[in-house]
Design a protein around this ligand. Sequence first.
Ligand SMILES: [Zn+2]
Length: 382
Amino acid sequence: MAKKAIITGFIASLLFVSLIAYSLPAFAQGPDLTPAKPEIISVSGITPKKDMIVHILVLVQPGADRNEAAVAALAQQGARPFTSDEFSTIALYWDQFGDNDPGNDKVIQNYNPKNDPTNGAGFTALTNTHTSWNNVTTSSFTFEYGEDTRRCPSLVKECRGDQTFDGNNDVAWLKLNSPTTLAVTWSGTLIDEADIALNTDFNWETDGTNDFDVETVFLHENGHALGLGHSIDFSAVMFPSYQEVNRVLQQDDIYGVSFLYPATNNPEPDPELDPEPTPGVSSVQQIVYVLAGGKNNDKHLLVTIHVVADESDLSGVDVSISLSSDSSRKGWSGSGTTEGDGTVTFQLKNARSLCYTTIVNSVSSDPSWDGAQPQDDGYCKP
Ligand SMILES: [Zn+2]
């Protein structure tokens, strides 16, 4: 669904029409019952000391037993399987997203390009998956690229020395011990850190034609790195088995990351501050601010206006707003039409780090607007 809104500068700036499109590709192919080619499965386990989780992508040859392959791959990493109950209580959760300080809401990930078999395309594939996870507008989760590093990811068993938490979330190419293991993601259960290694023994590709597609694997592994387990939805990126290139998050993945890290700029309306809706008139129920776009998903400011009447969403309503900031003499205005959910979203492109407030100028609806400015605490862009 595309939301159309026009916002134009009325003092000194010129802004643009925005289209926010949510695309859900039609890919939904289940695994074959009798695979004619090797199958890639993903298995998860914990270390005996229970403070580390490992997710492993394992290649299973046709006719081979999946469970045996899974248990063997885990044993090779010094881990054992866990139950889904166990996972929900020990899985990684990045605490900075739950501390009500939006300024620290990011996970910095570094990349070691050594041994990259794709002539550097691995870096692009990795940062593409950052964009994919960051662009979930209903979630505040954010990956940020840190630096090129020469470190061996400290949680990965194949690195020299003991597995240790070094405070860095590193991604590297390594020759992994098991010839059937494509990739591993290690994370802490008590300490927030996630490290990833891809096995250089495989014939990795980035042109989308090969099962060993770098971006497909990074997208799945980064789902684990942010704290997701496996999904039972076979179209999901986080489904534990796949045989095809899949570089696009599916609805189930979006639900998952949004459940773990809901959008912090999306507060529930305070019922004490919201006036009782008056029958026979429309009102603006809520103004919501969300950041979106760009490398860190914080480039543009989105302002969503929700129009209701008698507790029902009002679609097709023309809404005009003005946006102002306390420390800038600039102001912006725009008009747009509400969608079926009663909302219209305005985009302020390349919004500066200012505090913004919204004034609703007009709402052309039937029944007519009550004219009341809704509760608006404004929003300060970090
Ligand atoms: Zn997995």
